[in-house]
Design a protein around this ligand. Structure first.
Ligand SMILES: NC(=O)c1ccc[n+]([C@@H]2O[C@H](COP(=O)([O-])OP(=O)(O)OC[C@H]3O[C@@H](n4cnc5c(N)ncnc54)[C@H](OP(=O)(O)O)[C@@H]3O)[C@@H](O)[C@H]2O)c1
Length: 290
């Protein structure tokens, strides 16, 4: 049986679907049983446990052949990093106590660095503490999610402008959550022997200007890219309701992406490309067919 955390979210849902389609036994881990009804109907078991509850998590993981784990983004907290570190420690405690034989953990490119990466610092810590206790673990270090563009699409449709804090013409790795989920499902079924790092990008790299072109083609009107300095991310995100410390972390991450600090480690990591293009991902976000 495979335990899938975050099944109501972007990547966990894809992991659970991929395993169910292969006829595997799946337990989705949710905080709210009411949100798991659709999974139950599809043949999954449901376990109610928070990723911040080591004992409850241990009990579920103890019965699992493998587990997909992630650090849920908690933007409501006043101290995002402290919360991330705490949840990472809880995950590691449960992995250790349960003795689960195979973990696939969603990380990010840049997680090899201790600092200069904003919220990815939490993933660096998670990799460290989980590596110390897991029997076999695969860290899927995903590139910038193509789905990060979703909140900008309505504005692009309305005003013909796509806003970004990323450098206009610098191509960076981006990946769809569908590719991430499929990759994670594969590594649940094919466990690592010890520790494995997989750096995952989409089929090609894109610049923000490329994305503006893709969005324009999908909505059928010209979309202009407007970029803003990274420092402007702090007041913008604060105005959207993010705590200022969280906004600063995001600015640090954006700066790290623009400078190339948030990138692949290479070295012992395995590099993979998924198959979902920006065109397909954007059309899917716009509710259009493939
Ligand atoms: N965005 C990027 O470009 C990028 C790139 C690389 C890596 N990442 C990493 O990707 C991760 C997010 O993955 P995602 O997009 O698949 O997640 P997501 O869609 O944000 O979903 C988070 C999931 O976690 C669940 N959850 C939240 N708090 C929980 C708790 N205390 N206990 C149990 N479950 C909880 C949520 O369930 P509910 O339905 O109960 O809320 C939801 O299913 C983050 O760690 C982020 O750093 C992001």
């Amino acid at each position: 049986m495979y335990v899938i955390a975050g099944a109501t979210g972007n990547t966990g849902g894809v992991v659970a679907s991929a395993l169910l389609e292969q006829g595997k036994s799946v337990t989705v881990l949710v905080r709210d049983a009411g949100k798991a009804e659709a999974w139950r109907k599809r043949g999954a078991q449901v376990a109610v446990a928070g990723l911040d509850d080591a004992k409850a998590l241990e009990a579920v993981l103890a019965k699992a052949e493998g587990a997909y784990l992630l650090l849920p983004p908690n933007y409501a907290t006043q101290d995002l990093l402290a919360t991330s570190f705490q949840v990472a420690d809880t995950l590691a405690e449960a992995v250790k106590a349960s003795g689960v034989g195979n973990v696939v953990f969603l990380s990010s490119i840049g997680a090899q660095h201790e600092g200069g990466t904003g919220p990815i610092r939490g993933l660096h810590h998670a990799e460290k503490v989980i590596s110390a206790v897991a029997k076999n673990v695969t860290f899927v270090r995903a590139a910038y999610f193509l789905q990060n563009w979703a909140p900008s699409l309505a504005g692009a449709r309305a005003d013909g402008v796509l806003h970004s804090f990323l450098t206009a013409d610098r191509k960076i790795p981006m990946v769809s959550v569908v590719d991430i989920g499929k990759c994670a499902a594969r590594y649940l079924v094919e466990p690592a022997n010890g520790r494995r790092v997989v750096e995952l990008a989409g089929p090609e790299d894109y610049s923000p200007r490329d994305i503006a072109g893709v969005v324009g083609a999908a909505i059928g009107k010209a979309v202009k890219l407007e970029t803003h300095p990274v420092e402007a991310a702090v007041p913008t995100l604060a105005a959207m309701g993010f705590p200022e410390s969280t906004a600063r972390l995001f600015a640090e991450m954006l700066g790290g992406i623009n400078s190339g600090h948030v990138s692949y480690e290479g070295a012992g990591a395995k590099f993979e490309r998924g198959s979902v293009t920006a065109e397909e991902a954007i059309r899917q976000m716009l509710g259009q067919q493939g």
